[in-house]
Design a binder for this molecule. Sequence first.
Ligand code: NCD
Ligand code: ZN
Length: 345
Amino acid sequence: MDRITLRRPDDWHLHLRDGEMLKAVLPETARHFARAIIMPNLVPPVVTGAQAASYRDRILAALPEGMSFEPLMTLYLTEDTDPADVAAAHASGLVKAVKLYPAGATTNSHSGVRDFDKVRPVFETMAEIGLPLCTHGEVTAHEVDIFDREAVFIETVLDPIRRATPGLKVVMEHITTSDAVDYVAANETNLGATITTHHLMINRNHILVGGIKPHYYCLPVAKRASHQLALRKAATSGDARYFLGTDSAPHTDPNKEQACGCAGCFTATNTMALLAHVFEEENALDRLEGFTSLHGPAFYGLPVNEGTLTLAKGAARSLAGKLATGEGPVTQFDPGHPIEWDVVG
Ligand code: NCD
Ligand code: ZN
């Protein structure tokens, strides 16, 4: 197969930022994706329905003429989140998910949750109205090794939350371990998981061998190769509980390339070409559409997109490049080797 047409894909986990950065990165997503779940970790975070409505307006105002894109808004869960505000934002059609960041887990997460019992009433409301919870699945305790933080989260936070609120729909976001894949396998209902492009393409060797590669550093950090293989198997399995969430997270080069560099890989531009490469390698090109365009809408109870996207195989080329933004250059994720696939229509 050297050409494939898919229903237009969606991105179920995306950082668009605000201001000049938003203006620069939004077209990179809108060029290929019809919709995306928009992460609320701005400074200050998007906590209330009113803040989500105004962020949505800023996104739509930043969209270049002639492009179409639907931002699916989320609320950043804090210990002060009002269940009634969440319910109203969902009822109006504005908000499609609530995002749980354990406090301190990642970029701009200091307003996140410390005491999970405090947000139980919000979870109860979400279960009643069918609003999904998107989880950044890492514990933050200093004594827990950074490579174990996802597995410990599943056992000590995620599973207790799901047991206490049985009807709650949960998305395990940007999973990075075979532990997460095993948990999905063992839990049939109300559970989905997103996988990023970069976690399918790199493992921790890519970050650390031969010199440190700041542009491969993100959170959750890539794990050992056996975990990467488990993710590749899950993503290409055809199992509808797995769908694409790129976690494309732009930071300028000066913010990445320094003594304490920011976490996040900017994958929006190259994601579809890279996924065609990965799915071909796994002999699963026929399952790419499910992962990028069908499973996500099914989980969120939304219609699939009407439009299409066509990828074709051509001459191998490097995907290394930088996006110019009003805040500075942003390095686009590339796997460090040539790719033959490209979006052609
Ligand atoms: C994200 C960011 O930069 O906002 N960074 C990342 O490494 N993925 C935050 C997040 O999703 O963890
Ligand atoms: Zn993210």
